[in-house]
Design a protein around this ligand. Structure first.
Ligand code: NDP
Length: 312
């Protein structure tokens, strides 16, 4: 007989593993597909100092291994495979079909926790200095630049928010905005303009990073109006040019906002489709923290359990 899972979880960040822990403990026998980057975005960060319960901090990869071990302790089956296609039922109690390559998986509930990916500029130097001064998350890594000078690249709300956050910790923030104006909202621009230790360089772009032993020491920037290249001495470079939610294979069937994030019903993780839930950064462009992702992962498992109970 064809087997139908009660709960299929797509994605292996804090939201996916937390959903797995809760779903497994509720006896839904969840199976989780990790995707190409098991552990998600946290595996690319270094120290995580803001996840409650780790007074001494923990590295991102270590935390993800622990979350996975906790999910496996309750018999979550982990598949190191990528979900490549989905066909969701639109009926209450309908069966959803997803594929990992040619393998077909059927499930009564699906929790999408595929996360979002920070956009980078595509410079080779970004990779060289990743973990040595290049970051895409001020809340995660800002602490390491206390009293130092940093750069924020971007002119949207994320960049403005990262810059004002970093301005409290660091001695100076230089913002590189590639146009002659911000894209950010008026309120955020106002905050930037009223922060004395933020300098905005309009028409400037990052073109290279220099340093020693993998640690950033200066940024090479170009004025795109004059083509003049100059150097700025900094220890940290925060790329804040947006995130891309990983919803490519779902967005034809699931309601997303104009930026591609899955829309969930207020106060829950329900999507527009019965039995399909979304947790973590794939449905949250505002908070984007491991702890908030884990929180919505818990909610998704509870929502899935309730949905299945209602069908009985
Ligand atoms: P946005 O797409 O709004 O802004 C991206 C910024 O990065 C733009 O200034 C863009 O420049 C710049 N940029 C893009 N590519 C490059 C590049 N290759 N080189 C240099 N600069 C580049 O992304 P955000 O992450 O800022 O925001 C996404 C959404 O989330 C928005 O709707 C925003 O309002 C929302 N948000 C809301 C927050 C809040 O309400 N507190 C906080 C954070 C985000 P250009 O303008 O030239 O295209």
């Amino acid at each position: 007989m064809e087997s139908i899972l009660d709960c299929l979880i797509v994605g292996s960040g804090p939201s996916g593993f937390t959903a797995a822990i809760y779903a497994a403990r509720a006896d839904l026998k969840p199976e989780l597909y990790t995707g190409l980057e098991p552990g998600g975005q946290l595996t690319t960060t270094t120290e995580v100092d803001n996840f409650p319960g780790y007074p001494q901090g923990v590295t991102g990869p270590e935390m993800m291994l622990q979350l996975q071990a906790q999910a496996e302790r309750f018999d979550t089956k982990i598949h190191y495979e990528m979900i490549t296609k989905a066909e969701f039922s639109t009926d209450m109690g309908g069966i959803h079909t997803l594929w990992a390559g040619k393998k077909e998986i059927k499930a009564r509930t699906v929790i999408i926790s595929t996360g979002a990916t920070a956009k980078y500029l595509g410079l080779a130097d970004e990779k060289t200095y990743s973990g040595g001064g290049v970051s895409a998350c001020a809340t995660c890594d800002g602490f390491f630049y206390k009293g130092k000078d940093v750069i924020v690249v971007g002119g949207g709300d994320t960049a403005a928010e990262e810059a004002t956050y970093l301005a409290k910790l660091t001695s100076k923030v230089t913002m590189l905005v590639r146009k002659g104006q911000f894209r950010a909202s008026k309120a955020m621009i106002h905050r930037v303009e009223n922060t004395p230790n933020i300098e905005v360089k309009y028409f400037h772009e990052l073109v290279g990073i220099e340093g020693e032993n993998g640690m950033v020491e200066r940024a090479r920037v170009v004025n795109n109006q004059t083509n003049e290249i100059s150097s700025i001495e900094v220890h940290g470079i925060f790329i804040a040019i947006g995130h891309k939610p990983n919803t490519e294979i779902f967005k034809e069937q699931i309601t997303t906002d104009q930026n591609g994030y899955i829309v969930t019903q207020k106060g829950s993780t329900r999507t527009n489709l019965p039995g399909v839930f979304a947790a973590g950064d794939v449905q949250d462009h505002i908070y984007r923290q491991a702890i908030t992702a884990a929180g919505t992962g818990c909610m998704a498992a509870m929502d899935a359990e309730k949905y299945l109970a209602e069908l009985e």
